[in-house]
Design a protein around this ligand. Structure first.
Ligand code: HPA
Length: 267
């Protein structure tokens, strides 16, 4: 049995065998939503070979159960490339998600904004992304499935449904292009000017490898950033991880409303 099938069996033993419809990955400062799932919460440490998602502000549990009438699997924390040097750090968790029956994935993150009209506390749904890292989670994958098309990787129908949910909740949600920088150092102001020139609207240290892996696995995917700061050089505010954690809850409340409404209103 493959590792992901074994882990999916452990999850089913703890959380019940009914398939999940959606996966959700929670970003920095957004992990509390995992606590609102009515079901089982499994520590990553109880899932052999699951990555160590040790960044403060994350909640490294997999919560499987009901949220707004849908059966979901919520990853309370993610593993980032910068923790291990592995761009495919989230491959096993996403394979487990697929093995649990999920067809769709929503990825969330905390990000810096390059757009003055989208200040800290705002939401920005990703219309597309730019991989500035030079890395790819599928390097080393031997099959032809590695040649994943990335046109419309951010699923148009899911984006439309998330947009409708935001409108129904009266939550403003911008849309833009997310640029992946590896981290863990923040960007320089010169890098931010370059990213802006090249078409980035938000910048962060995650999400892109997960979107690539999701498409590789045949999961439909959409992503939303919670803007925690203006990117380097764009404001006088100091950029730090403490600041990210402090600001994330401002946008997280809006994000939660959008996500709950999206799940509630699904056909
Ligand atoms: N840059 C990269 N990652 C981030 C930022 C940022 O400005 N804010 C939150 N995560």
């Amino acid at each position: 049995m493959s590792r992901s099938a074994e882990l999916a069996r452990i999850v089913r033993d703890r959380a019940g065998a009914e398939p999940v419809s959606h996966g959700l990955i929670l970003g920095s400062g957004l992990g509390h939503i995992a606590g609102e799932v009515a079901g089982a919460a499994i520590d990553y440490a109880d899932l052999p070979d699951f990555p160590h998602a040790g960044v403060s502000g994350h909640n490294p549990k997999l919560a499987v159960g009901m949220l707004e009438g849908r059966r979901v699997a919520v990853f309370g924390g993610r593993a980032h490339y910068y923790e291990s040097g592995r761009a495919d750090a989230m491959r096993l968790p996403l394979e487990v998600l697929k093995a649990l029956g999920a067809e769709r994935l929503i990825v969330t993150n905390a990000a810096g904004s390059l757009v003055p009209a989208t200040p800290p506390g705002s939401l920005m749904m990703l219309s597309d992304h730019i991989n500035f890292s030079g890395l790819n989670p599928l390097i080393g994958e031997p099959t032809d499935a590695r040649f994943v098309p990335m046109t419309d990787a951010h699923d148009p129908a899911m984006r439309a449904a998330l947009r409708a949910a935001a409108t129904a909740e009266g939550v403003e949600m911008a849309e833009g292009v997310y640029a992946w920088y590896s981290g863990p150092s923040f960007e320089t102001p010169a890098e931010i000017r370059a990213i802006r020139t090249l078409g980035g609207d938000a910048v962060g240290m995650s999400t892109v490898p997960e979107v690539i892996l999701a498409r590789f696995l045949g999961l439909r995917v959409a992503a939303i950033s919670v803007i925690t700061n203006m990117a380097a050089g764009m404001s006088d505010e100091k950029i730090s991880h403490d600041h990210t954690k402090a600001m994330a809850p401002v946008g997280a409340a809006k994000l939660e409303r959008v996500l709950r409404r999206y799940l509630r209103d699904l056909d």
